[in-house]
Design a protein around this ligand. Structure first.
Ligand code: DAH
Length: 383
């Protein structure tokens, strides 16, 4: 057999021609080439090969599943398949015919395999399309949104206060909620037998340890650790054994402390005016009334002019035109001395109840609402 009878190669050209002509036609073409070269293929072998080619030609176009494809592939190419059956019979063929028949069988195997692979690729592509179709993600669908939380009114007030006072140069210091008796009372000029202790009965953990009753305890911790000038703001929770319509066993305070050379009550008044304007409105004024706290001398109660009625008198200010907002005073000399701060320094301090400010600012008429955790209440402070 000469070179012309070589198995046609699978070039782009031949494969595109192959895709047009059926395998049976290609095989017939190959056989007639062999005949032209004087290689005569016996009728029985020819019929057997053409039968296999038709088998592939006829079944491949109808295959629509991998299992269908495997079935026809096995029928032709497996060990028990029709082509293998043909190959086994080759053993009995004559020496001259063997190579030609082998070439034809190989040609048929390659063409069949090519068809099977093509259909396999098509099926896989179809399967992928189906999967993509099923898993389609609609990016325009509305998402599942998590509900927005809201700041607690106390947090809103603390944030406002920190913003106002840090603008005036105050730093934030947070003291411990479990305090010892010395910081909470004794160092604040309130020794064990002092009557002022009665107003701040608290929860004792031991003889020495208690839940702090006032953020004023933080003043001592700061003055013991820092040399003047001191300018601190100290927010936090405090505890007292009180529980009625207007008192809660746990509430929040904001403490302020300034210690430096030449600090006077005028500085306190000026700072309070600025605080009142920023917190309650530009028209609001402050007024000091004499009071008593063991750790300040002189001590004052601070009122702001009523921001609801402008001072004329209304329900909020109970007709007085003024609203009490905090306690303050010049730091008692005993307290400064106890912390090792010399005569050349003076200072003022102030303390306010956060819940009270929140109730005034947001028109909350019952303090218990601030502790119940009812979301119908807290939702109203969004934004
Ligand atoms: N600690 C006081 C209280 O809980 C409030 C207070 C008053 C704090 C006067 C101060 C102050 O710093 O100077 O009632």
């Amino acid at each position: 057999m000469d070179e012309k009878n070589e198995v046609p190669q699978d070039t782009a050209e031949s494969s595109s021609a192959a895709s047009q002509a059926s395998i049976k036609e290609q095989l017939e073409e190959f056989i007639s080439q062999m005949n032209a070269d004087n290689v005569v293929i016996p009728e029985a072998a020819k019929a057997q090969l053409l039968e296999i080619a038709s088998q592939v030609d006829n079944s491949v176009p109808g295959v629509d599943s991998m299992s269908g494809l495997n079935e026809i592939r096995n029928k032709v190419l497996s060990k028990a398949g029709s082509l293998s059956g043909f190959m086994k019979n080759l053993r009995t063929a004559s020496q001259e015919l063997k190579p030609a028949l082998g070439k034809l069988a190989n040609f048929l195997r390659e063409r069949a395999d090519f068809s099977f692979k093509a259909i396999e690729a098509l099926l896989k592509d179809k399967e992928l399309q189906k999967k993509l179709e099923a898993e389609k993600l609609d990016v325009t669908m509305p998402g599942i949104s998590a509900p927005w939380g809201a700041y607690h009114p106390n947090t809103l007030v603390i944030n406002d206060l920190v913003a106002i006072f840090s603008g005036m140069g105050f730093e934030v210091f947070e003291g411990p909620e479990i305090e010892n008796d010395y910081y909470n009372f004794t160092a604040l000029n309130t020794p064990a037998d002092h009557p002022a202790r009665d107003m701040q009965d608290t929860f004792y953990i031991s003889d020495e340890l208690l839940l702090r009753t006032q953020t004023s305890a933080g003043q001592i911790r700061v003055m013991e650790n820092k040399k003047p000038p001191i300018k601190i703001l100290s927010p936090g929770k405090v505890y007292r054994s009180d529980d009625d319509a207007t008192h809660s066993p746990m509430f929040s305070q904001m403490e302020g402390l300034v210690v430096d050379k030449g600090i006077t009550l005028c500085d306190l008044k000026g700072m309070l005016d600025e605080f009142a304007r920023k917190m309650f409105g530009p028209e609001v004024k402050t007024r000091l009334r004499p009071s008593y706290f063991p750790f300040t001398e002189p001590s004052v109660e601070v009122d702001v002019s009523c921001f609801a009625c402008g001072g004329k008198g209304c329900r909020l200010c109970k007709g007085t035109g003024w609203i009490e907002v905090l306690g303050a005073g010049m730091v008692n000399r005993h307290v400064l001395e106890g912390c090792g701060i010399g005569d050349e320094y003076t200072g003022f301090a102030f303390g306010m109840g956060i819940e009270r400010i929140a109730m005034l600012k947001y028109g909350i008429n019952n303090m218990k609402l601030l502790f119940e955790g009812d979301t119908r209440f807290s939702k109203q402070f969004k934004g």
